[in-house]
Design a protein around this ligand. Structure first.
Ligand SMILES: NC(=O)c1ccc[n+]([C@@H]2O[C@H](COP(=O)([O-])OP(=O)(O)OC[C@H]3O[C@@H](n4cnc5c(N)ncnc54)[C@H](O)[C@@H]3O)[C@@H](O)[C@H]2O)c1
Length: 354
């Protein structure tokens, strides 16, 4: 069988740290044949590190290579839409970084290109491949939680503003912690709830602290005048099946410590999931009118959820299977964020437009 030829568009942190090692872990199935980055030094460094023969500064040259069958789009958020559409229409499968795009309209255009091309589009939301997600999905599918009707999802940092790259620039990213890290915990939570269809969202969006130079940042100082995203967002999302989620996300806030996780409220059991903890899962349930707190002690072994995400992409292409993380779910996340940002301005509950 011919190996899948891989192209990398955007050779920065996530490409070199996660996508390229993921492809390199499957030398029998695929081969990275080209890298493109507007920053030639970054492209060359990545190519050297992984022994990639073709280096471009314009991704369209990479897409013109017949040997490229699939690409990773790992550029800043503003540059997810166009390279993804160009790649799909050039007949390449796409693994696009999260968030899928700047807003829901861009996601719709990407999905239209996917449909038109017949290629596979996967969104890089790797937490679904974590041991916790795998265990919980199976546990919920087994009926052990009953109906999960409510969840509290939090991606909260105390003093961790990412001042490098473009993470604090609304024009480049589309938003701050909500769209950058909130996207992961919301996806993880909705994945466990069976991805119900969102109807409305209400939110408050703040620039409460991070513009003020007096506040110390654990990840180094940054130009406060260039901080144009929110530093904290809190919202409430209603779904068609009657369930609801509260979502909180911050880059900077006065809390005890960083927290990344969620709490699920089910009719038969509840779950507290602390994703960065060594002891990440607690289940709360009842048996014979007695309350039990349970800890799973045999979680599946997952060496790297990033690698597993890339492996899932390659295998889905080779086996002609559907996208492991479809664009339609990336759209749901962006549409929720659009409604939350609109609500932050209007002060009212807003419709989620899918
Ligand atoms: N899944 C995760 O957990 C995770 C973690 C970090 C970042 N990300 C996402 O990955 C994306 C990139 O983030 P990063 O941390 O790697 O940023 P980065 O700044 O390290 O890398 C981005 C790269 O894209 C290049 N680039 C910019 N415009 C380009 C263009 N037109 N063509 C080709 N290359 C171009 C830049 O020169 C840079 O090298 C973002 O969307 C981010 O949200 C995801």
């Amino acid at each position: 069988m011919k190996k899948l030829g891989i192209g990398i568009i955007g050779a920065g942190g996530i490409a070199q740290g996660c996508h390229m090692p993921g492809y390199a872990s499957m030398p029998d199935l695929c081969e990275i044949v080209a890298v493109a980055d507007t920053n030639e030094a970054a492209a060359k460094a990545a190519a050297e590190k992984f022994g990639v023969p073709n280096v471009f500064s314009d991704y369209r040259e990479l897409l013109a290579l017949p040997d490229v069958d699939a690409v990773s789009v790992a550029t800043p958020n503003r540059l997810h839409r166009q390279p993804t559409i160009d790649a799909l229409l050039a007949g390449k499968h796409v693994l696009c970084e999260k968030p899928m795009a700047m807003n829901a309209q861009e996601c719709r255009e990407m999905i239209a290109a996917e449909k038109q091309s017949g290629m596979l589009l996967q969104i890089a939301l790797q937490w679904r491949f974590s041991a916790i997600a795998r265990f919980m999905r199976k546990f919920i599918d087994g009926g052990n939680m009953g109906k999960v009707y409510y969840a509290r999802a939090q991606a909260l940092r105390r003093r961790e503003v990412p001042g490098w790259g473009v993470f604090i620039d609304k024009e480049q990213q589309g938003g701050g912690p909500l769209i950058d890290i909130g996207v992961h915990i919301l996806d993880f939570t909705l994945f466990l709830m069976g991805y119900p269809k969102p109807v409305t969202a209400t939110a408050n969006i703040y620039q409460a602290m991070a513009k003020d130079p007096k506040h110390w940042n654990a990840w180094g100082d940054y130009d406060r005048s260039k901080f144009t995203v929110e530093d904290f967002a809190a919202g409430f999302i209603r779904f068609e099946d009657g369930s609801a989620v509260t979502l909180e996300s911050s880059f900077m806030s006065n809390i005890r410590q960083e927290f990344f996780g969620c709490q699920l409220f089910g009719t038969e059991a509840g779950a507290e999931l602390d994703l960065f903890s060594d002891d990440p899962v607690t289940i709360y349930t009842e048996l014979d009118q007695q309350l039990f707190d349970m800890k799973p002690r045999n979680l599946p072994r997952v060496k790297s959820m990033h690698t597993d995400e890339v492996v899932a992409f390659v295998r889905a292409i080779l086996n002609g299977e559907p996208s492991p993380v479809p664009g339609e779910q990336g759209l749901i996340l962006n549409a929720i964020f659009d409604a939350m940002y609109r609500s932050g301005e209007s002060g009212r509950e807003e419709r989620v437009e899918l």
